[in-house]
Design a protein around this ligand. Sequence first.
Ligand SMILES: *Cc1c(COP(=O)(O)O)cnc(C)c1O
Length: 397
Amino acid sequence: MSQREQFAPGTPAQGGFIPLSVPEIRGNEWQYIKECLDSNWVSSVGSFVDRFEHMMAEAVGTQYAVATVNGTAALHVALLVAGVQPGDEVLVSSLTFIAPANAIRYVGAWPVFIDAEPTYWQMDPQRVQEFLEDGCRWENGALTNKATGRPVKAILPVHILGHPCDIDPIVALARKYNLPVIEDATESLGARYKGQPTGCLGDVACFSFNGNKIITTGGGGMLVTDNTAWARQARYLTTQAKDDPVEYIHSQVGYNYRLTNVLAAMGCAQLEQLDDFVATKRRIAQTYAEALAGVVGITPMVEAPWAWSTFWLYTILVDGAAYGLDSRRLMGRLKEVGVQARPLWQPVHLSPAHQGAFTVGGSVAAQLNRTGLSLPCSIGLSLEAQQRVIAACAYLV
Ligand SMILES: *Cc1c(COP(=O)(O)O)cnc(C)c1O
């Protein structure tokens, strides 16, 4: 049977279903979680929470780390400690999972969506510059969006798909306009920008340990920073803003956002394996890049010269006219042969949930959404399974 026939539409999956990305649990997870259960330290205080925080601070290169119940909660608290107020505006990537835009709304602020650049698909520093220089003016000492009249208070770049943003020019602009930088590093744990880990490049950063991230606790997050006051405030806000733990005195409205010891135990075990996981993701990416380089109409994901990418979610661009099928039809064909693929997110400036927010550009993100397709890249993906995905992409049409 030719490869064309083998992967023809309707051919039943051979060798089983290949999921997009599933967790890899093969280290000390069982042992550490058992220690929690055996010692009865299961809740939001315990040695694994401290240990996980220390390990994360060390991995990222920040002074402080505060564990949270998920990455979205970490973003919410990061915006609060950075001083973002109701009615303020925050610059955020348009091409991202929706969580950071939602977190901006949680504090009553408004997103300003910044388009992606077309090469690495990250927040475009030129668009940031254009907005700050031409789209804003100073009014009574406040940097103000000319179009909305709202004050601009922070920049929230999202390092998507395991690849860092070109963040130096973004940080330089932030310094010039006195704006804090909140990195959404939820998809980029283990990635580096000019040798530095993502998460230590701005003023505060957030990570996620959701089930689909490079390491997982089932659900969990982390806020990291070098700012002592912000770290203290984050710890305070995530534990119901408790001033006196005996007398139940609270001088602010806090949140129940702490990670449990059981999940932190899993996090410690997962983080011990991060280097190995990144190496595996990079090997999977390399195999895809080499195999798909010659396929007309498919553009494999690339790594910037200044980047060390984890290739967390391996993604290709599909030129429908050149390839013969557009990204959604390729996704459908892959499904027929038991291969799960997924498009990139609807750019948030097009999301009904964020209708009316101010947008800077957006056509690049929209184009990436139309053409992008993420392929199976679990850490446990066998070479044989990957060859099936490659063959399906290369010979379907
Ligand atoms: C996963 C993710 C989050 C949120 O993480 P949760 O732990 O699921 O709340 C935030 N931002 C981005 C870009 C993400 O991919």
